[in-house]
Write a protein that binds this ligand. Structure first.
Ligand code: TEU
Ligand code: CA
Length: 581
């Protein structure tokens, strides 16, 4: 398709923020690195790998939750916001991590889970002990309607959103698991408790937060019934979220009482936003610094679950990313990912089978990291980790994978097929231990890993790749160094995005352009860089629109830039071009 850009709108780049040029890395601590042999990754494990991350070029680390938790949803169920889970270490060790990171100019960003807490949190325990007391109003306690539940919503992890409050005729609301009761954001006392907690962590020295499921904090407190959409007679709760308005007021209150006072970096996990609200979310004075771009990931949202999730087609993927980039650059910055702890591995998901090799992995990484926005790598992405082989649903730990398997079975999907589908989408694909070496346990632990290790660790691991100049790991190092290099930093950070070669099959290509005016704003000369990738099997020759000046990066020796650009199958090149024709 031919990309039509009516107006090449771009933001003024005058207002630089400290986080605009950062490259971020997500750590899923339980599976990162275990130092005491209990099979669970820990804070000391993160500390011991800071030099590794520094060498990779990482500036900022988001750590998935490390607070005290019963781990029903792997730490996204917090029982004490002020305490470190003993599985991971102590508060002193966390402070050591902050200090060690600081020595290396690395920022630490915590995960903020404030839509809900754990049912073991003292607020909820007090609410259960006195369902008429003040703590009950920290949650949503409601009487049933017409002898039934207060509403017909299905929670994200299956079953009703309502669970009985023992000894009463009331129910409490949970959008996720029943062990994750939702907090009542309409209650100013609750809000103040949350703000105090956030400020306490900021004072400790964290640089900001990744903010979990934040759109969910606003509820239609009448909880109106919706049209049922499944054989269980319930309606998916996300449909209620789509119909809810007014989250912005809560988000402004949150920001003004916390983040704004510290110039914190915040990245929201936002699904079901009303599109026209993008400027309010991430504009110059938005609710957040940035939000994740899930536009490619949402392509595989099923109507009813994973079992009716569509596969990802190249053209749709390209269109989703291009459209998102064009929209976002009018307003602010999104955070670009190919995977995270909730998503399957990007290599297994976005690449055709023939491209699931080193060349294809480098190609996908190049696109993700050189798009306009804040790149986030997920642990293991830098070595090209892939989805795991799952032989039985028993192998999953993830609450969502188990539920989706049941949902598929209940819809009549045969066992084998349900396993195959859920294996592709399982959140556990990203949660298998980090593959540090080809030794037993992938070098992740000396003990028994808490979760299955991907059997491909003998082929894909850090140690081997460190010894191989051509490895995915070395390529990622070069790619990040290029993005951050003195000469190109400005164009990759502030340069506008312009898609090109849209009418060519299998080509994902775009320019990053800093025209003269924009260059002056950020103290740099104008520049044009072409990033072009061939997702096809066969080589392609593209006519160059602007004269090539310098090859900045290439993933295969067969790629050539002369009058034309020759890209081998799965080839990607980054080429500095003349700014004007
Ligand atoms: O995820 C929020 C969320 O809405 C997810 O259910 C998401 O829709 C799904 O995983 C996409 O595949 C966050 C966390 O990232 C997740 O790990 C938690 O389980 C969830 O919140 C509850 O805290
Ligand atoms: Ca450990």
């Amino acid at each position: 398709m031919q990309w039509k850009i009516k107006e090449e709108t771009r933001m003024k780049t005058k207002m630089k923020k400290w986080w605009h040029d950062k490259v971020a890395y997500q750590i899923y601590p339980k599976s990162f690195y275990d130092t005491n042999g209990d099979g669970i990754g820990d804070i000391q494990g993160i500390i011991s790998k800071l030099d590794y991350l520094k060498e990779l070029g990482i500036d900022l680390i988001w750590i998935s939750p490390i607070y005290k938790s019963p781990f029903v949803d792997q730490g996204y169920d917090i029982s004490d916001y002020y305490g470190i889970a003993p599985e991971f270490g102590t508060m002193e060790e966390f402070e050591e991590l902050l200090a060690e990171a600081k020595k290396r100019d690395i920022y630490i960003v915590m995960d903020l889970v404030i839509n809900h807490c754990s049912d073991q949190h003292e607020w909820f325990q007090k609410a259960l002990a006195d369902p008429e007391g003040e703590y009950a109003d920290y949650f949503y306690f409601r009487e049933g309607k017409n002898g039934g539940l207060p509403s017909n919503y299905r929670s994200y992890f299956g079953g009703s959103c309502w669970e009985p409050v023992p000894g009463t005729n009331k129910y409490y609301f949970h959008a996720f698991a029943k062990e994750q009761p939702d907090l009542n954001w309409e209650n100013p006392k609750l809000r103040q408790e949350i703000y105090d907690m956030i400020n306490w962590w900021m004072e400790k020295g964290v640089a900001g937060f990744r903010i979990d499921a934040i759109i969910n904090i606003k509820k239609d407190v009448n909880f109106p019934d919706l049209e049922p959409d499944g054989p269980d007679g319930l309606a998916g709760y996300s449909r209620a979220v789509e119909q809810t308005h007014g989250v912005g007021e809560l988000l402004e209150d949150l920001k003004n009482n916390t983040f704004a006072k510290y110039d914190a970096f915040t990245v929201g996990e936002v699904f079901n936003m009303h599109e026209e609200e993008l400027p309010e979310f991430i504009g110059e004075d938005g609710h957040f610094s940035t939000i994740f771009d899930f536009s490619a990931h949402c392509l595989s949202d099923g109507e009813h679950g994973w079992y009716d999730a569509p596969g990802i087609d190249f053209n749709q993927w390209r269109k989703a990313i291009v459209n998102s980039q064009l929209e976002v650059q009018k307003v602010g910055y999104k955070a670009n990912i190919i995977e995270n702890h909730d998503e399957p591995r990007g290599v297994s998901r976005f690449l055709p089978e023939y491209a699931r090799n080193a060349a294809g992995t480098k190609m996908l990484g190049t696109i993700s990291l050189l798009l306009r926005g804040i790149p986030f790598l997920y642990q293991g992405q830098e070595i090209g980790m892939q989805n795991c082989v799952w032989n039985s649903s028993e192998e999953w730990d993830d609450i969502s994978s188990k539920d989706q398997y049941q949902t598929a079975r209940a819809a009549g999907v045969p066992k084998e097929e349900a396993l195959r589908i859920c294996a592709e989408m399982s959140r556990d694909n990203a949660r298998t231990p980090m593959q540090w070496s080809g030794e037993k346990g992938a070098g992740f632990t000396q003990g028994t890993p808490w979760m299955k290790v991907n059997p491909n660790y003998s082929q894909i691991n850090v140690k081997d790749q460190q010894m191989d100049e051509d490895s995915v790991l070395h390529y990622y190092q070069k790619l990040i160094a290029l993005r951050k290099s003195k000469e190109l930093k400005e164009v990759f950070t502030y340069g506008r995005f312009a898609p090109v070669y849209g009418e060519w099959d299998n080509i994902m290509a775009f320019y990053r352009i800093l025209d003269e005016e924009a260059g002056q704003e950020v103290g740099n000369a104008g520049k044009r860089v072409l990033i072009a990738a061939n997702f096809g099997k066969d080589s392609v020759e593209l006519p160059l629109e602007y004269q090539g000046k310098k090859v900045l990066l290439s993933n295969l020796p067969e790629n050539q830039a002369e009058d034309n650009l020759t890209l081998a199958g799965c080839g990607v090149m980054v080429l500095e071009c003349a700014l004007h024709e």
